[in-house]
Design a protein around this ligand. Sequence first.
Ligand code: ADP
Length: 402
Amino acid sequence: MRILVINAGSSSLKYQLYDMADESVLASGRVERIGMDSSIVTHEPAGKAEVRDVSEILEHTTAIKRVLDMLIHKQHGVIASIEDIQAVGHRIVHGGEVFKSSVLVTSEVKLEIRRLFDLAPLHNPAHMMGIAAVEANMPGTPQAVVFDTAFHQTMPETSYLYPIPKVLYRRHKVRRYGFHGTSHAYVSEMAARYLSQPIDSLKMITCHIGNGASCAAIRGGESIDTSMGMTPLEGLMMGTRSGDIDPAIVPYVMNKEDLTINEVNSMLNKHSGMLAVSGLSSDMREVTEAMEEGDKHAALAFDMYVYRLKKYIGAYAAAMNGVDAIVFTAGVGENSSALRKAVVDGITFLGLELDEERNALRSKEAREITTDASRVKALVVPTNEELLIARDTYKLTHGQKL
Ligand code: ADP
């Protein structure tokens, strides 16, 4: 069974074709600059050379057509015909309160996703274009949707409500949703497998630390709290996002600097976080290098980033009244041994003991970075959101339980 996984953005689209017999990736790639004159398709067939094609792609239906052409191409292709793709799975950022798990696409589901446009105005409309483009190119092929928010729908009211007037929740659905759910779900599952313990018995704190960053408190396999909120701005300090700040700063700064809503939104989402504090970059590699060369602003950015992450780990250990494992994943979590060392060495009171050699190792496999004697384990688990989307799509199209 071949499953095509699609992550459609407004001007780009990423894809992976999976063979579910062994969960191998047959090909992956991306279409960039959709809607502009010179759009680029980059196609990477497994075991063959990468191909780049520049042409005009004005909308998503043509983008999907080009992807399919690549997949069945005589030289760069990996399948004989489009009919060899049995199902398509889409990543959807916002599932609101409606979607508590992945589902097959129906007209009802599409309507619900449209109703959620207000909550994710940059993402959900683009995902819908992806779904429509697949329908146009592959009529009759089953499609599934996998939501970034769904995994966090198990959060109790105490976690998801904001202490603000209830009417805002009733009228406008103002509540905490959380994001990166596919990643938190995937790495917590893999961590339980690595530890050879049933997930029902574990208390885990998963830290998805990439450009965007969030932590989740996972008890018995269910998310009971997560650091992103109604939008991905809440929580940890990130590459360019502020994370938690006093909300009163917003009207104060708008007034003092004469900023519009869009400007203040952009300031907090695109010009804050590590970029603002370091005055240098939102990229952890560059910040770490500058810090090692003695740059004080970079060092402050790194220290604040670590400090805020440690506070969330402490909070979630308290929220669950204990923790068995802390899991690091995504660009920074998987690659920055400096970040992991600073965090783990700063929370030894919880029962963690870092193994420096294990922490310094580079590997694509799940691994422990604490010592054998460490009571609480710290693990690095490479995330793979696309694989989870492919797995859910497979199960849904086979009538299996998710
Ligand atoms: P996104 O949230 O865009 O998916 P990623 O998960 O790819 O982001 O993470 C990007 C971040 O990972 C960047 O800050 C980058 O510097 C960091 N990163 C990647 N490789 C390394 C590395 N070897 N050491 C430190 N940080 C790294």
